[in-house]
Ligand binder design. Structure first.
Ligand SMILES: [Zn+2]
Length: 282
């Protein structure tokens, strides 16, 4: 008996539909991952669900950053939906240059702050060469993904170019996923912290990325009280020349019974937030 041609066609269609829906289910049940990469003295944080990613900063080295992404991204996934450059310092954007050369980037979120450095020039060049859309972050913007959203808390308005010290204009974001929340603070110092407190934005979270690698000019008592985290993450290298994190900040956190994780001691700090569980587990 001859099998009709349309039979093969129907089987092929069924197979494609099956693969498609299996993939959709696979993505939907994936936990949200938040990984603080150990990139030495700098910041780089991956937020990932299935094949969707937000990358906050890229650390000081392209080689290290690519190795980390290779470790945590699905091997077939060469696209990062959103890259956020909190501010244009080398320890936050140098690694992003290599990311933009090796991955497709959907959009970049940055501030208008500029820096007269070689690495900042390379970063701008790679963005324009690859025609990557860049949006300027300001308070009130929201980044919406399936099952989670991020709210931009700072800077309060678009930043003028060529500010001398970009730290205080770092992008600060709040991530909510179910009952879990994170606050990402870039390198803000106390003046930005005060501005955020005055704004009345809700910064009460479970997990705090400690601002500016634990610098003594950040993490004021009032800011830590308002954030009241259960856990804090400090992204820092061993024996760095800045003395980060400072004793004062460690003591402030300990006095509030905050559990401290440090990339120089713990390596990558990876949280898994399942859709049902109340707590993100690291
Ligand atoms: Zn920094």
């Amino acid at each position: 008996m001859k099998i009709p041609r349309y039979y093969y066609f129907a089987v092929a269609i069924l197979f494609i539909l099956f693969a498609y829906f299996s993939y959709q289910i696979f993505v939907a049940v994936q936990p949200l991952q938040v990984v603080f990469f150990d990139v030495g003295q700098g910041d780089s944080i991956l937020i990932q669900k299935g094949t969707q990613q937000i990358l906050i900063d890229g650390g000081p080295s392209g080689k290290t950053e690519l190795a980390k992404l290779g470790k945590y991204l699905p091997y077939f996934d060469r696209e990062i939906e959103i890259v956020i450059a909190t501010h244009p310092d080398k320890d936050h954007i140098a690694g992003l240059v290599e990311v933009a050369r090796n991955y497709r980037i959907g959009k970049v979120l940055a501030t208008g702050a500029e820096k007269d450095t070689q690495v900042y020039k390379e970063w701008k060049d790679v963005l324009s060469y690859n025609k990557i859309e860049t949006l300027e972050a300001a308070r009130g913007m929201e980044v919406k993904f399936e099952n989670f959203d991020m709210k931009i808390i700072h800077p309060q308005a678009k930043v003028n170019a060529s500010v001398g010290d970009a730290n205080n204009d770092s992008i600060v974001m709040r991530l909510d996923h179910g009952e879990n929340s994170f606050l990402f603070t870039g390198d803000i110092e106390s003046s930005a912290e005060n501005e955020i407190l005055d704004s009345g934005e809700n910064i009460d979270v479970d997990i705090l990325k400690v601002a500016h690698h634990g610098s003594k000019y950040s993490s004021s008592d009032a800011f830590l009280d308002a954030a009241s985290p259960e856990e804090a993450v400090i992204s820092v290298s061993k024996n760095n020349s800045y003395g980060h994190p400072t004793e004062a900040v460690l003591k402030s956190l300990q006095a509030r019974n905050v559990e401290i994780f440090r990339t120089d001691k713990n390596g990558d700090i990876a949280y898994k937030c399942s859709n049902s569980s109340k707590q993100c587990i690291n």
